[in-house]
Design a binder for this molecule. Structure first.
Ligand code: UD1
Ligand code: CA
Length: 462
């Protein structure tokens, strides 16, 4: 059975009050439409057609060529949106799953269940319904006296009795193409919103003696439709919770799940420990034995085994096994820390590689730098990588030792095993094995204090 899916994403999303198309707002670090497409893929649906509006370029840029697109020029309603796919689906004769781009919480197992229910009941159309305490904003499922499907009524068109119904239309359906498109051609916009409602299609099919089924799903949270930012935050909460549970069951310890934020695409191995107020974002992978947090943000990073990151921000970087970072440090994108590198307190590192076992223990800035292995960077070392126009690299070879409070003015190279004296401003390369000293010699002026106080008492007398 070949199932195709149509994802509706052409609506303006006015209730979001946003310049960004609604379906591109993120839930747990991933645009909501990507959640929908991923679930469809996981459910085994190969062909996905996304209906976009005339300003849908951003959606196409995001999803690329993994899906097909149909443009709905004018937003005349959900029924009108599905009708735009008629040409693209001319040769499709299996079931068609229709889903909204603003319902990101469906599990793939639920979508699979819906399709097989539809298939086994030989219906022309099946709607996924859930029961909710507060049905505000949703279409209501109206059943006949036998409990079978009668129609869907949108809230704005509902009588008070209909509005009181707590079984809602999730906006996810499976149809047989032929009766679907036949019914879509019969829609009229005579309703409170003047739109062509997809929801009316089921009533039309039923009126023409077609079989319409209701697939009632237990977990109403999956059907949450996001029309405004309050619902966006609700979706975020639900999905965060699910993600946390998934990783805890996979062997991750979370000291305080409520303050642990893990994005949808992050991956954690067993025996990772996460302390409170920690954000694991984007495509981050964290290997076994690592301890992250408290107060850590790690985004788009590869974190090896047994790494410790405490009270630090680590972005777009790779940390090999055994590294320690923090507290209060910022690893900016483009860094690669080899095994057992230590970056201690109050450091900032950007676009920098650090070799095995090297230490940057305190108060340093390394930008555009290559640090070899076994290097010690003294407290307060600054690479001066920017002359106001261009950026330059600093190279610090294996085993070098940089004393405290040094400026390394790039481009500059510190050779293998070389030393740089504390307080130096280094503007020329230091050869391997040499000591670079670039500061004034100290001069002590004997009895200076006594002479100074003698002079000032004289002035007072005068
Ligand atoms: C819709 C349903 C409602 C259901 C709810 C579930 C209709 C008429 N109503 O209401 O019964 O309970 O979803 O979440 O279907 N879209 C287009 N083109 C359009 C209009 C909308 O592509 O011309 C897309 C939107 O981008 C969105 C989806 O269709 O992804 C749903 O539209 P929306 O306006 O959010 O419908 P609801 O009012 O939520
Ligand atoms: Ca909606």
């Amino acid at each position: 059975m070949s199932v195709a899916a149509v994802v509706l994403a052409a609506g303006k999303g006015t209730r979001m009050k946003s310049a960004l198309p609604k379906v591109l707002h993120q839930v747990c670090g991933l645009p909501m439409i990507s959640h929908v497409v991923n679930s469809l893929r996981e459910a085994g649906i190969g062909r996905i057609i996304v209906v976009v509006g005339p300003e849908g370029q951003e959606i196409q840029d995001l999803l690329g060529s993994e899906v097909e697109y149909v443009v709905q020029r004018e937003q005349l309603g959900t029924g009108h949106a599905v009708l735009q796919t008629e040409g693209a689906l001319k040769n499709h004769n299996g079931p068609l799953l229709v889903i909204h781009g603003d319902t990101p919480l469906y599990r793939s197992t639920t979508l699979r269940g819906l399709v097989s229910f539809h298939d086994s009941s030989k219906a022309s159309g099946t709607v996924l319904s859930v029961f909710v305490d507060d049905p505000t904003g949703y279409g209501r499922i109206i059943r006949d006296s036998e409990g079978a499907f009668a129609k869907i009524v949108e809230e704005k068109d509902a009588t008070p009795e209909e509005a009181a119904v707590k079984e809602i239309n999730s906006g996810t359906y499976v149809f047989q193409s032929e009766p679907l498109f036949a019914a879509l051609h019969q829609l009229s916009p005579e309703n409170a919103q003047g739109e062509y409602y997809l929801t009316d299609v089921l009533g039309i099919i039923r009126g023409q003696a077609g079989r319409v089924e209701i697939f009632t799903h237990d977990d109403h949270e999956e059907a949450l439709g996001i029309n405004n930012r309050v619902q966006l935050a609700a979706a975020e909460r639900i999905l965060r919770n699910r993600i946390r549970e998934k990783w805890m069951l996979a062997g991750v310890t979370m000291i305080d799940p409520d303050t642990t934020y893990i994005d949808a695409q992050a991956e954690l191995e067993s025996d990772v420990v996460i302390f409170p107020f920690t954000f694991i974002e984007g495509h981050t992978r964290v290997a076994s034995g690592s301890v992250i947090g408290p107060f850590a943000q790690v985004r788009d990073c590869v974190i090896g085994e047994n790494v410790t990151i405490s009270q630090a921000t680590v972005l777009g970087s790779t940390l090999e096994p055994g590294c320690t970072v923090g507290p209060y440090s910022h690893i900016r994108p483009g860094c690669h820390l080899a095994e057992k590198v230590k970056v201690g307190g109050f450091c900032e590192i950007k676009n920098t590689t650090v070799g095995p076992g090297s230490k940057v223990p305190h108060l340093s800035y390394l930008g555009d730098t290559s640090v070899g292995s076994g290097v010690n960077i003294g407290a307060g070392t600054i690479t001066c990588n920017y002359d106001g126009k261009n950026k330059y690299r600093t190279v610090i070879e294996d085993g070098a030792f940089i004393g405290s409070n040094c400026n390394l003015v790039a481009p500059v190279e510190i050779g293998t095993g070389a030393y740089v004296a504390a307080g130096s401003t280094i503007t020329n390369d230091v050869p391997p094995g040499a000591l670079g000293v670039a500061r004034n010699r100290q001069r002590n002026i004997p009895d200076w204090v006594q002479r100074r106080s003698g002079k000032s008492s004289c002035q007072e007398e005068g």
